[in-house]
Design a protein around this ligand. Structure first.
Ligand code: IVH
Length: 680
């Protein structure tokens, strides 16, 4: 194939893929199967392998795989990105309409009402129909350049579609990036499965995703975007109203608001706002209001702007969804570390698109502050969060018999699961069950132990962990290593009436996976044991400086860190500093305050927590048992030390173009193994 032939084929394939992307991601009506789509896509990838010059930035293959960057560069918008003033009541909306009417006294005004998407504003720049720049809003004048991250959004056109109007030479398109409700839910399910904390709301998660330096991470999040506006445009052939603009944006290939009302009177407009409030919960993304805009563009210019917002537009914010229901009881859940969390057991009630039977009560102090009592009619609220919360009590409906809630009396001073005493440290808000053998804690710990981020023993997650504890086959994570295929095969995952056994095949697989975990990396083991204060990063740092769990348990480095932060003796501090520096466990800090001449890899609180854990009876028992069971976590120290002493330590590399003998990924791996860093 000659280059011109390849180019023609590439154009054809790319156009076909763009058409299917739009059908699938924008219009939600796919015409072909995933398999057929993959075939088209692979055709394009193959062509570009043979003719790399065809892989232009707007090729459909260029959505993923951008290299991580060190920091974002500023990008100035060609026209300022303004914000909106807010209203919270229908009266305020009436006031706004009257103000605008006063500025255009003899004109019949037409308005549009559309959803206010709860996401982040972005600005895209297209030049001759090609996406050349994507940026966050920033301060409205300058944002961060995040083109590679935005390209991962599949519904966003890398090239504008052809329409009746000609492409503007330069055009800025504005819209909102968000994490769809389903993607947010999926992400949180993955977090839970990996034993990590869930994200609280979709908007912040979308913001965090957009700010990722690595586009490959962004691609996995499943962000989406809707466009509703324009900034700077160079063209003499433009629509005259907002309605026409939205139509044109859709024709150009953008996803636009799914419902827009055109209103010619105050009453029509208020009705539209009320109707939007009814239907918005069925949208695939979170909305927090309605945006009211003057339809006619010439009129908009007459009405004008304040320093930060247009005078011709307004946001109407819906109050967070609330519902009233009866608090039947207060349940108390026991977490992995024994923390007791009060949860409202509610008369089921429909709220913001789903039926709610449980809501969080946070902790004892919150219940006292709001004076929440069993039997009360309570107000629950959901504002884009995963779990609804009880925000208050309807005092007028309080039954005479409702007694002040006493957390400890409610539990008879005992853990609701194991019946052992509970304790509240004055410096914390939570009560805890102190019994490490508590089945509830044991279950949570076992789930955590086997989760993806920890030892990754897939076949022993959730329900299996639950049943192992319930049936007494395991009391703590290390018991897993003594499970026999025969015991596991007959494990009933259902109940007495509807039994559902685990089965021999699954049992064999599980025992295999468990045995494999005996030699998992030390960092995974340190994380899996749920040592207080030890997260994934800390576990990784500990494994960099110690070969075995025993070494961590009596670590001199950790002891030095604790001493260093406690000592009053200048000479001792100096000596400790030298030792920590020599071990590579600290580096000189610029802010030389008392005993802070160096920054240690791990701080004193964490260091003490680790040492205390292993010095206590529980930690000692774990070490002993690991030895008996022949568990030998794999050391990562040598590899880590080699990397940091490697020929390329302290050096940073940027890989561009093609390398004759290896792929960029291979090159990256080699550089990193030699202690170097690779950035975009
Ligand atoms: S128009 C000059 N329309 O809300 C007018 N904004 O609170 C600019 N937003 O910064 C905004 N949905 O990030 C407009 N349909 C919509 C919107 C919308 C969400 C965001 C946008 C804006 C913020 C203002």
């Amino acid at each position: 194939m000659t280059l011109p032939q390849a180019k023609a084929k590439h154009d054809e394939l790319a156009a076909e893929i763009r058409r299917h992307d739009r059908l699938y991601y924008v219009e939600a009506r796919a015409e072909i199967s995933d398999l057929e789509y993959d075939r088209l896509y692979r055709g394009l990838v193959d062509l570009e392998k043979e003719f790399p010059e065809l892989a232009t930035p707007e090729s459909p293959t260029q959505r993923v795989g951008g290299e991580p960057v060190k920091a974002f560069t500023p990008a100035a918008h060609l026209a300022r990105m303004m914000s909106l003033d807010n209203t919270y009541s229908e009266d305020e909306v009436r006031g706004f309409l009257a103000r605008v009417q006063k500025l255009a006294p003899d004109t019949k005004l037409a308005w549009t009402v559309e959803p206010k998407i709860d996401g982040l504003a972005v600005n895209l720049r297209y030049e001759d129909g090609k996406l050349t720049l994507g940026a966050t809003r920033g301060d409205g004048v300058t944002g961060d350049e995040i083109t590679a991250n935005l390209k991962t959004i599949r519904s966003l056109p890398l090239r504008l579609h052809k329409t009746r109007r000609k492409w503007p030479g330069v055009m800025e398109v504005r819209g909102e990036v968000f994490l769809p409700k389903a993607a947010f839910k999926k992400l949180n399910e993955e977090q839970t499965a990996a034993g990590e904390e869930t994200y609280a709301n979709a908007r912040n998660t979308a913001a965090g995703s957009l700010k990722q330096l690595d586009p490959r991470v962004v691609a996995k999040r499943g962000l989406d975007a809707i466009f509703y506006g324009v900034g700077h445009v160079e063209s003499d052939d433009l629509p005259a109203t907002h309605g026409e603009w939205l139509e044109w944006l859709a024709d150009l290939g953008f996803r636009t608001p799914e419902k827009v009302w055109r209103c010619e009177s105050e009453e029509e407009l208020l009705a539209a706002i009320r109707e939007l409030d009814k239907v918005r919960h069925d949208f695939k993304y979170e909305t927090d209001g309605a945006v009211i805009k003057l339809d006619d563009f010439n009129l908009r210019e007459e009405i004008g702007y304040t320093s930060k917002a247009p005078r011709w537009a307004m946001a109407y914010k819906y109050a967070p969804e609330q519902a009233e229901t009866r608090l039947k009881d207060i349940l108390v859940q026991v977490g992995r570390t024994g923390v007791l969390t009060p949860v409202a057991d509610l008369e089921p009630v429909f709220l913001a698109g789903s039926t709610i039977g449980r809501a969080t009560l946070h902790n004892e102090d919150e219940i006292r502050r709001k004076d929440i009592r069993i039997g009360d009619t309570v107000i629950i609220e959901k504002a884009g969060e995963v779990i609804p919360a009880v925000v208050g009590v309807v005092m007028a409906k309080r039954p005479e018999t409702a007694a002040v809630f006493d957390f400890v009396a409610h539990l008879h001073g005992k853990c609701p699961v194991c019946g052992q005493p509970i304790r509240r440290d004055p410096q914390y808000v939570a009560w805890r069950c102190e019994n490490l053998q508590c089945p509830a804690q044991a279950t949570r710990r076992l789930e955590f132990f086997t989760a993806r981020g920890a030892l990754d023993i897939e076949s022993v997650g959730g329900i299996v962990a639950d049943k192992l504890i319930e049936r007494g086959l395991a009391k703590e994570p290390l018991d897993l290593f003594e499970l026999k295929v025969d015991d596991l095969a007959v494990l009933n995952l259902g109940n007495e009436e509807a039994p559902r056994v685990f089965g021999r095949k699954n049992a064999e697989k599980a025992v295999h996976a468990i045995a494999r975990a005996k030699t998992a990396e030390l960092s995974r083991w340190l994380f899996a044991l749920a040592i207080p204060e030890v997260g994934k990063t800390t576990a990784g740092q500990l494994a960099k400086f110690h070969d075995t769990m025993e070494e961590v348990a009596v670590s001199e480095l950790l002891a030095d860190v604790v001493k260093y932060h406690e000592t009053e003796d200048k000479d001792e501090a100096k000596a400790l500093e030298e030792r920590l520096l020599a071990a590579g466990f600290a580096e000189r800090s610029k802010a030389a305050t008392k005993n802070a001449g160096v920054n240690t890899e791990i701080g004193p609180v964490v260091a003490k927590s680790v040492l205390d854990f292993f010095a206590g009876p529980n930690g000692k028992a774990i070490l002993r048992r690991m030895k008996e069971l022949g568990i030998k976590p794999k050391s990562e120290k040598a590899a880590a030390q080699k990397a940091s002493a490697g020929a390329l330590a302290g050096k940073t590399f940027v890989l561009t173009g093609t390398l004759p003998t290896m792929s960029r990924d291979e090159a990256r791996a080699k550089i990193e193994a030699a202690g170097g860093k690779v950035t975009g």
